[in-house]
Design a protein around this ligand. Sequence first.
Ligand SMILES: [Zn+2]
Length: 107
Amino acid sequence: MQKNNNLRKKEKDREIALERIESLFNQAKEVFKKDSSLSDRYVKIANKIAMKTKTKIPAKFKRNFCKHCLSYLKPGINCRIRTKNKNLIYYCMNCKKYTKFGLKKPK
Ligand SMILES: [Zn+2]
């Protein structure tokens, strides 16, 4: 039974982690206008939680930050979006790197 309890605890941990990640991204969005560096900090914390608990960042937030420098991205402000070959190319103005997102999931 010990094993089962551990499994449940892990699931619970991930659930909590996911909630925290979600609220961190929401906060990052809110404070961006006032203090974008604070948004970056929230994104970094969210990533740390995700790594520690082996939780995936929800897909809806994946386009909200730069995977290279972990800064919060706001299209038109610190990031530019281009489309190329059915891919979305996000250009991060902070670290000057590109992040590619597929428009459609590969089969
Ligand atoms: Zn970047």
